[in-house]
Design a protein around this ligand. Structure first.
Ligand code: ACO
Length: 427
């Protein structure tokens, strides 16, 4: 097979290199196209554009495959601990016991936050959305530790990663606890990463904390499933912000904001609100299916469809099974799980959804688990951010280590041609 692609622009033929990925994915290298032809490619939403070469996550949307550093998501979700997966995503290999112990102990050593951050938190309205607060507080952390990361030093980068892996869970716990009017605490050094997160969130001041293994296991699984998803909206945001050599915290803060949107991570909250609305409206799933298909109605079936998965989202399959298990173990009989299953069944048999290859995505069932764990709706996307943190870090590191150029797309200008300025009196 030729390793070149040919492009004919008017009468000129241009040869372009073909880039072959390790799973035989093909990309046409157009980086020199404009220099050779004065032509750019146009691809709103980057539906067909590769922004980088990356060795972190492989996904095949047609076959429903997702792998972190070569390991299948099914195996990781079944066997791994979230912190192991974080190390794997960032450094490319699973940690040995010594590396993992060191990572946990380094995280614990860094898990103090300047108490002044509490003052900032207290000044947000209690009703403010937790994602906005988390993004702001992540940004605010820079002011308390303004030293830039030397990206040529692995030690320096490691310290920065440990710092952010240590501090974000505390911010998450504080945001959650403040909403509930609970005292803001720090973690417990004797616990694992996920165990510590759950304790920081759920311990009460008037009773002894008893770990709930169902809750810890479910959160561990959900965090792993959210760990990375190659060049999605928030990760691309982290890479592009970082490409201007903005710091790690600033880049992650931008990623949190990108994740917040309802078409991205914010969908998990939107799904649960949709399911609750359907339940309150009498549980008529057919009515909402019709709304989703009606082009004059802005309603979309939240938790359905994906930019890349056109077969099924493998994370949704795992989460669906986990949702059944968690509700069963906790003895919860939630009617919205039945509504979700009913909607899924109808959608999978409906020509509109079949034609457009719309399947449940990762967010369709995750909210049901979070609800069963008594995590409020507005916190769902925050939990997603906690899981996505190692992925963002891994991409930020890869982008800086590869010395990627500043992200700066071009455009096709469609505005006015040159015209003369008219004085205000004459307008
Ligand atoms: N309900 C109804 N119709 C839908 C849905 C949906 N959830 N998703 C896509 N469609 C339709 C579109 O109207 C469009 O129809 P048309 O071809 O007749 O115009 C077609 O399917 C293609 O949709 P696009 O929006 O062009 O697909 P895109 O790849 O740009 O969007 C997205 C993907 C944003 C995920 C979309 O499917 C969506 O809005 N889903 C609901 C929100 C959601 O669940 N987001 C979470 C995604 S997973 C994540 O980010 C973690």
């Amino acid at each position: 097979m030729s390793d070149k692609a040919k492009l004919k622009i008017k009468d000129k033929e241009i040869e372009l290199d073909l880039i072959v990925g390790s799973e035989n994915e093909l990309g046409i290298d157009i980086s020199a196209l404009r220099a050779n032809s004065n032509v750019i490619t146009l691809d709103p939403g980057y539906k067909n554009t590769g922004s980088c070469q990356s060795s972190i996550t492989f996904l095949d949307g047609e076959k429903g495959i997702l792998r972190y550093r070569g390991y299948s998501i099914e195996e990781l979700a079944e066997k791994a601990d979230f912190l192991e997966v974080a190390f794997l995503l960032i450094y490319g290999e699973l940690p040995n016991k010594k590396q993992l112990d060191k990572l946990l102990s380094d995280i614990n050593e860094n898990s103090l936050i300047d108490e002044d951050i509490k003052k900032i938190l207290e000044n947000f309205p209690k009703s403010a959305h937790p994602m906005g607060i988390l993004s702001s507080l992540t940004s605010a952390l820079i002011a308390f530790d303004p030293l830039a990361v030397d990206v040529n030093s692995e030690d320096d980068m490691y310290d920065a990663f440990v710092n952010i892996l240590a501090k974000i869970p505390i911010l998450v716990a504080w945001v959650y606890r403040r909403r509930r009017g609970l005292p803001l605490d720090y973690g417990d050094y004797s616990l694992g990463y996920v165990e510590n997160i759950t304790k920081m969130m759920f311990q009460l001041p008037n009773s002894e904390y008893v770990q709930n293994d169902t809750l810890v296991n479910a959160i561990n699984k959900l965090l792993i499933l959210h760990g990375d998803h190659e060049q999605n909206c928030s990760t691309s945001t982290v890479r592009i912000v970082g490409s201007s050599h903005a710091g790690l915290f600033a880049s992650i803060s931008a990623g949190i904001s990108a994740l917040w949107g309802r078409l991205h991570g914010g969908a998990n909250q939107a799904v649960l609100e949709m399911l609750e609305a359907i339940e309150n409206d009498g549980g008529d799933t057919k009515k909402y299916m019709a709304k989703a298909k009606d082009k004059s109605d802005p309603f979309r079936l939240m938790g359905f469809g994906h930019r890349v998965y056109k077969n099924f989202d493998p994370r949704a399959k795992i989460i669906k099974v986990a949702a059944d298990k968690v509700l069963d173990e906790l003895g919860i009989d939630d009617p919205i799980l039945e509504i979700a299953k009913g909607l899924e069944k109808e959608a999978l048999e409906d020509q509109y959804f079949v034609d457009r290859k719309l399947y449940p995505n990762v967010d369709f069932y995750s909210g049901i688990i979070y609800k069963a764990l008594k995590i409020p709706n507005e916190m769902f996307t925050v939990m997603f951010a906690l899981g996505r943190l190692p992925g963002w870090i891994a991409h930020w590191r890869e982008m800086r280590k590869n010395k990627e150029p500043i992200g700066r797309p071009r455009q096709i200008y469609t505005g006015e041609n040159l015209r003369n300025f008219t004085n205000i009196e004459s307008r």
